[in-house]
Ligand binder design. Structure first.
Ligand SMILES: NC(=O)C1=CN([C@@H]2O[C@H](COP(=O)(O)OP(=O)(O)OC[C@H]3O[C@@H](n4cnc5c(N)ncnc54)[C@H](O)[C@@H]3O)[C@@H](O)[C@H]2O)[C@@H](O)CC1
Ligand SMILES: [K+]
Length: 607
């Protein structure tokens, strides 16, 4: 690092800030030394929030003097940020009402807000806000609540400063009622996927302070009410909620205010794959390579019922930078694969990675063993070599090549396997896998708390878990050297699984929403298989390779659909980068078009 120039260091820092998220506990640890030396973090947070709010109004063609702003203020420091920001907006002509959802308000911030001419509406009869009468009747409390909701609904901007990293569980009490009335309760944000830089632009615009109040800060879970934001202004470093689904869908555009935290001294809890990671994971051909040295991917995919999946997975694998693919399947699928990929070799042989299960029917409880799809029987036999149990030799399991276990093969997964087994379920498939292991969970639970359930699946099976979605979540083991870093770091976590540091958590959010189409999963399985096959580093993190597969898959989809929309957009760093020009929405695509765009995705990443 010593020979890095200042510019490189700055660039590295920006890259980390935009692609790494730290737990609330780590953010507090990073903020402490700055607060101890008197850095006015709250003022800095508030100034940025005020600027972003004014810019947002400006984008909608509204002058600050004409704007009515409703500030939802909690009693903690998040409310303090909001009140200081609101004071700046009021000083600049906006008409601002602070709605106190707790019993108190941050003292200094409240004083500044009142001096700036702000108005206050107190909702809790037991509140102690200077100059605001309390002790009113239950009837009046109800009236006040209704008035506050109406006021917020008819404002131009709602600034949501009820809770930030101090949130404990789902929003309760008055804050919960406000959020449920103005936003949604316990459901995934229902929003149109807009291209980079765009917002729905409807009043009231919602600016979240640090995070939309109510979303799971460390695990991205949605378990109660919250108000989906158009813009989130977040402080110091990204928190996992800004990256993890479904919470990140509630954040809108994110602006990060860099406080100068010592981010190098802390290990991120979640990392988003970037083009840089992706290009590093691609093995460039060597001068003396043969097709075998570049990697061979073996596929046991497709079936008489779904032969198309064989073609999609084989084609995607073949163009994902390996020397060769081998295909095994029924005659019709073999003919179709050969038609699409004449280069494919049919039948058994040595491979560096397997892909199994795409387009293979899942277990049919009504059919007997003999009638089971022949592909299932072959896959079951192969997977038995990966089993870590008393009946099998664990050395064999650990020495088997990496394997992608998709779709119809998921229910054939042995109880426990090593981490080179990469499972690629969507929410429903992950729920079935967990139910099969005695857990009580359904597809909706997985959609609302994807990280939690992906971690459970990784812990239970040992497999690397790639949970597909608009933002794909990947959970696996950390690479060896990475583990040392975490152990020696100051990171101290509670027993909450969202804050466990011994798992590697990544997100891949490069894909446009157009990618949600039949066959896309088959293409992904083939790509991940070939990325695994080409690795020649013994100590690779399977989670990282799988995540890069998902990133490249998304990138190919973006090229195929000509779309600038993506599941996760890295934040704008306040004051350093200008907003990107408005992107293109793009057009619908077929999964085969995604496979066709893979070579171009490689080209762009490598150039
Ligand atoms: N970490 C940092 O670097 C900085 C943090 N600041 C702000 O400070 C915030 C953290 O402040 P605090 O620690 O005071 O915590 P918060 O203000 O985030 O939350 C605490 C408040 O939320 C209420 N609350 C918690 N859980 C609730 C629930 N389930 N239902 C209803 N109410 C609930 C509490 O009663 C309390 O009033 C950050 O999010 C950020 O906005 C900034 O001021 C500047 C620097
Ligand atoms: K908030």
């Amino acid at each position: 690092m010593a020979d890095q120039t200042v510019e490189q260091k700055d660039e590295n820092r920006l890259h980390i800030l935009r692609h790494a998220a730290f737990t609330a506990a780590d953010v507090r640890a990073m903020e402490r030394p700055l607060l101890e030396t008197g850095v006015p973090l709250m003022r800095m947070a508030a100034t940025a929030t005020a600027h972003v709010t004014a810019d947002l109004l400006d984008e909608e063609g509204m002058a600050l003097e004409d704007a009515n702003i409703a500030l939802l203020a909690g009693s903690g420091d998040n409310g303090g940020d909001g009140l200081f920001a609101a004071a700046i907006l009021a000083q600049n002509g906006a008409s601002v009402t602070a709605i106190a959802v707790g019993r108190s308000l941050h003292g200094d911030a409240f004083d500044a807000f009142i001096r700036a001419g702000g108005k206050v509406l107190v909702l809790d009869p037991a509140s102690e806000v200077p100059g605001c009468a309390a002790g009113f009747s239950a009837g009046e409390a109800g009236e006040r609540l209704r008035a506050a909701i109406e006021l917020a609904r008819h404002s131009h901007v709602i600034i949501d400063a009820m809770t930030g990293i101090g949130l404990d569980g789902a929003l309760r009490g008055i804050a919960g009622t406000m959020a449920a009335s103005l936003g949604v309760d316990g459901t995934v944000p229902d929003r149109t996927a807009l291209p980079d830089g765009d917002t729905a632009g409807e009043f009231p615009l919602v600016v979240a302070v640090d995070a939309p109040s109510g979303i799971g800060i460390d695990d991205g879970a949605i378990t109660g009410p919250y108000i989906p934001a158009d813009v989130t202004v977040t402080f110091g470093a990204l928190k996992p909620a800004a990256m993890l689904p479904p919470a990140s869908y509630a954040c809108g555009r994110v602006t990060l205010v860099d406080f100068g935290f010592d981010i190098d001294g802390h290990t991120p809890f979640v990392e988003a794959v970037s083009g840089d990671n992706a290009s590093e994971t691609i093995r460039l051909p060597h001068l003396a390579d043969t097709k075998y040295a570049r990697g061979v991917t073996g596929l046991i995919t497709g079936s008489d019922r779904y032969p198309g999946a064989a073609v999609l997975s084989a084609k995607a694998a073949a163009v994902s930078n390996v020397g060769m693919i081998r295909y095994m399947g029924p005659q019709r699928a073999r003919d179709m694969v050969l038609d699409a990929v004449p280069e494919a070799v049919m039948g058994k042989g040595r491979v560096q990675a397997w892909v199994v299960g795409s387009g293979v029917p899942a277990d049919d409880p009504d059919s007997d063993e003999e009638q089971a799809d022949p592909q299932r029987q072959i896959i079951a036999k192969l997977l038995s070599h990966y089993a870590l149990d008393d009946e099998h030799d664990p050395d064999i399991a650990y020495e088997m090549p990496p394997i992608v276990v998709d779709a119809g093969a998921l229910d054939l997964l042995p109880d426990e396997v090593p981490s080179q087994v990469v499972i690629t379920p969507h929410a429903g498939e992950l729920a079935s896998l967990l139910v099969g292991r005695g857990l009580d969970v359904d597809s909706r639970d997985v959609q609302l708390e994807p990280l939690h359930w992906a971690i459970r699946a990784h812990e239970l099976t040992g497999a690397t878990v790639l949970l597909k979605g608009a933002i794909t979540v990947i959970v696996g083991e950390r690479a060896e050297d990475d583990v040392d870093d975490v152990d020696s770091g100051a990171t101290v976590h509670g027993d909450d699984d969202a804050a466990t540091s011994d798992v590697r958590v990544l997100v891949a959010g490069r894909a446009p929403a157009w990618l949600g189409t039949a066959g896309a999963g088959d293409v992904l399985a083939g790509m991940v298989g070939s990325l695994l096959a080409q690795q020649d580093d013994e100590d690779i993190s399977y989670a990282d390779v799988a995540a890069v597969g998902a990133y490249l898959h998304g990138y190919a989809a973006a090229i195929a659909s000509e779309s600038d929309q993506r599941g996760f957009n890295p934040p704008t760093i306040y004051g350093t980068t200008t907003a990107a020009p408005l992107g293109k929405l793009g057009h619908p695509i077929l999964a085969s078009a995604v496979a066709d765009a893979i070579p171009e995705a490689f080209r762009r990443l490598l150039s």
